[in-house]
Design a protein around this ligand. Structure first.
Ligand code: FES
Ligand SMILES: [Fe+2]
Length: 417
């Protein structure tokens, strides 16, 4: 249980709030680069700030104030040029550093036009593995961490976004919550398919460990032992707002205090025999969360998670909860946030930030499934593994995979649709 004041501290993300300032110290995934292929401008709301993301005609990315520095028109209705984005109201041109390059009327009529003081807010953007990451903190920006899976080759990658109607922190608490797999995914999943009993192997033992880039949780369930990789390796609650499960990442990116952009990145190595495989473009799609009656879709794994997150309310009231031993990881995570917030208030840099380019270029994380992704498998071996076999059959993580993404996947894997 937390006091209301401590709960506020964890959940408020606007500019100037302690948590907002902490999260701004880390690169945040905000979009898929392929989203800008059909329209090079996308509106983005991030930690309470309204922005536009764009790719100019030279291929540079920009993330700037949604409102024009002239008289605040909506830059989302502008257009991109070789050196930046132009407002459609009076034609001011702004670049990715926020500099105003042109003010057409002044440039035409004034003998010495000056743009001093007309800069707009701008944040750096970097592309990696098909994702676009933004940095909203004080400069100089730290290095963008290139997690090892971003360097894997011969794989089919896809990015799935979802607009989750609740605060980011309850989503992130789910990254360190092993017992929910047994109930939310296994038992509830079985109930929805008509089962009349709880069929899932019970959790018998949990362990949580902290490291630089987050926490690892380990577990033993019925039918498993401490020899199992679920115990010897575990899974990663990625600091500060991610989750890493071996072949995919999920981030919970705050839109504002009451909304979160779920950004998930998936990798499936193509079977041996399909290599070398080079994916030209990483597809990005948005998973719908509700059916036509307004009820949450519950058929897919992350959709089920979202039922839990949103069900806790727009901002979960942690003054009313009852934490037990299954929640030790949650307490550890909150504890680290409070400690980091205190350190930041004392002028220190929070943990897990990388300043060395060398270190940032390939960061390994604990991974139960590394060889699957680095060494590969034959199609026959895929077929022997129940999870991989399922993975080839259909995309189970998010509802609504578009037919063309499925087609690209099938083609990459060399299987029939
Ligand atoms: S408001 Fe954008 S150019 Fe005038
Ligand atoms: Fe889950």
């Amino acid at each position: 249980m937390l006091t209301a004041a401590r709960n506020e501290m964890l959940t408020r993300v606007g500019p100037g709030t302690p948590m907002g300032e902490l999260l701004r110290r880390y690169w945040q995934p905000i979009a898929g680069a392929s989203e800008l292929d059909s329209n090079p401008i996308k509106t983005v709301r991030l930690m309470g700030e309204d922005l536009v993301l764009y790719r100019d005609r030279s291929g540079r990315y920009g993330l700037i104030d949604r409102h024009c520095p002239h008289r605040r028109a909506d830059m989302a209705y502008g257009w991109v040029e070789d050196t930046g984005i132009r407002c459609s109201y009076h034609g001011w041109l702004v670049d990715q550093t926020g500099r105003c390059l042109e003010q057409p009327y002044e440039d035409t009529t004034s003998p010495k036009p000056s743009k001093a003081g007309c800069e707009t807010k701008a944040y750096p953007v970097k592309e990696c593995a098909g994702l676009l990451f933004a940095y909203l903190g004080p400069l100089p920006a730290p290095e963008l961490p290139v997690w090892e899976p971003f360097t894997w080759r011969n794989g089919f990658r896809e990015i799935v976004l979802a607009d989750v109607p609740c605060n980011w922190f309850q989503c992130q608490e789910n990254s360190i919550d092993p017992v929910h797999f047994e109930w939310m995914h296994d038992n509830w999943g079985a109930r929805m398919r008509g089962a009349d009993a709880n069929v899932a192997p019970k959790h018998l033992k949990l362990k949580f460990e902290a490291f630089d880039h987050g926490f690892v949780y380990k577990r033993v369930r019925e039918g498993q032992s401490e020899e199992d990789r679920y115990w010897t390796v575990g899974r990663v609650a990625l600091w500060p707002n991610g989750f890493y499960l071996g072949s995919h990442f999920e981030w919970r990116v705050p839109v504002d205090d009451e909304n979160t952009l779920s950004v998930a990145w998936f990798f499936v190595r193509v079977p041996k025999g399909r290599e070398p495989y080079v994916q030209e473009r990483v597809p990005t799609w948005v998973s719908p969360l509700q059916d036509e009656t307004g009820r949450f879709i519950t058929s897919h794994v992350i959709n089920q998670d979202i039922v839990a997150w949103a069900g806790q309310g727009r901002i979960a009231d942690r003054t009313k909860e009852h934490l037990r031993s299954s929640d030790i990881g949650i307490t550890m995570m909150r504890g680290r946030f409070f400690a980091e917030l205190e350190a930041m208030a004392a002028g220190k840099e929070p943990g897990g930030i990388i300043r060395s380019a060398n270190e940032a270029q390939c960061i390994a994380l604990p991974n139960m499934a590394r060889e699957l992704n680095t060494d590969g498998l034959t199609l026959a071996e895929f077929d022997k593994d129940p999870i991989l076999r399922q993975r080839l059959k259909e995309f189970r993580h998010h509802y609504g995979q578009p037919a063309e993404v499925r087609r690209e996947f099938v083609e990459a894997m060399g299987i029939s649709g």
